[in-house]
Ligand binder design. Sequence first.
Ligand code: GLY
Ligand code: MN
Ligand code: MN
Length: 501
Amino acid sequence: MSEKQPAKASHRSSPNSDAFRSFIAQGWAPRDQTRPRLCEAARYAAPRRAALSEAFPGQRLVIPAGGLKVRSNDCDYVFRPHSAFAHLTGLGSDREPDAVLVLDPLEEGGHEAVLYFRPLAPRESEEFFADSRYGEFWVGARPTLESMQAELGLQTRHIEQLPDALAKDAGLVELRVIRDADAEIAALVDQVRSTSGALTSHEQVEQNALADAELARHTSTMRLLKDEWEADQMRDACAGTARAFEAVVADLPEAVRRGRGERWVEGTFGLHARHHGNGVGYDSICASGDHANTLHWIKNTGDLRDGDLLLLDAGIEVDSLFTADVTRTLPISGRFTPAQRKIYDAVYAAQCAGIEACRPGNTFKDVHAAAIRVIAEHLFTWGLLPEGVSVEESLDPEGQYHRRWMVHGTSHHLGLDVHDCQLALREDYMEGELRPGMVLTVEPGLYFKADDELAPEEFRGIGVRIEDDILITQDGHENLSAMLPRTADDVEAWMARILAG
Ligand code: GLY
Ligand code: MN
Ligand code: MN
């Protein structure tokens, strides 16, 4: 329904004669009518919808996938649905632009889930051959209403029916929409709401915003706990990511030789990401030398030099859109220098303390507290904290001197989004207890910029981060990325094995 079409080029034309239209509509084999089986992802999406239904009784919940986004001129980005939509339908990569999931309240209680989308157009339609954004000739065949219904196990209707479905009892049923997923659908919902007329427009805008924010927060918070299928998706994302890291190591000599080696690394990782899953879950950080001290270095324009470190922070997003988020800091020559190893070992010790704190009963922020204490202790031992400042004084909220060298947090939740569950309240996220099924990163680092005059000269230009993806279990945790080495010795031995071919 939402035709967010870029401007049409006037020099292009589609064949349009009656003779052509009739000719192109004929001579095709009958469409395959076989219904797909209910997909595994959908089996797990149904109980999630049931939980959401229980939280918002009697209300109509609108969860758009979002539309195609223009990259430039008439080229779109590869489509990725909104994470709330993916979570509640089970649809993953590329599916389904402009679709909208509606949980429609039933009189007898509960909701009916209906997926509104743009089904496969008939061969007699102009879209079939002429629409470069949606047409079968251009981007391939879409599912039919029947096949999508069989695949997802929910009711499906044509997207053209959505406006009436939303407006049918305007003023009687409260609507909520995930606003940031699709501005046009949010506007449509607002239009329906405005017909109830009970509030001034200003009051109404505020009330709508609050109602919608609560829905968004709820869908984000639901994702804090992963079910067994999601945990398996995360295992797969981590396994693919580990293999991509190995491929990067195998290609390091080539990356050094070619120049602009950070890009070579990015490409090698990206190749494996695209091959294994949907792609990278976020822009890969391929940071050599001092670039490692720029936390989100994604320009990746630098050379790789023997003697420097490569900080590679990269993760594969599998087809269901769950992503890994892993960092290894590798000596490009295959061997750490003494200064690099000193810093690496400190970060490793901090990470071990953080991972050790990953167990039910602890809170999320306990993980950071455990890791950052080790960081502060090392900085104190090295004499880098200001004169007379103890570890405890630095750890005090009024101190925090050590954060000069690790300004980021140690952890975040991980899942469909690399920084998952971002809308959850502080009491559920930061202060929340760790529970079996949560997945979080543990990623301490130490960063000594080349121009840091407070750092020892031998440390300047060295940045180290080690990041793993940790599933909380009944009795502790499972390190999902444990197939990649973590100690300095193991990293060297692993690299030597790969580079020996
Ligand atoms: N890759 C981004 C992060 O580690 O949070
Ligand atoms: Mn990362
Ligand atoms: Mn991370």
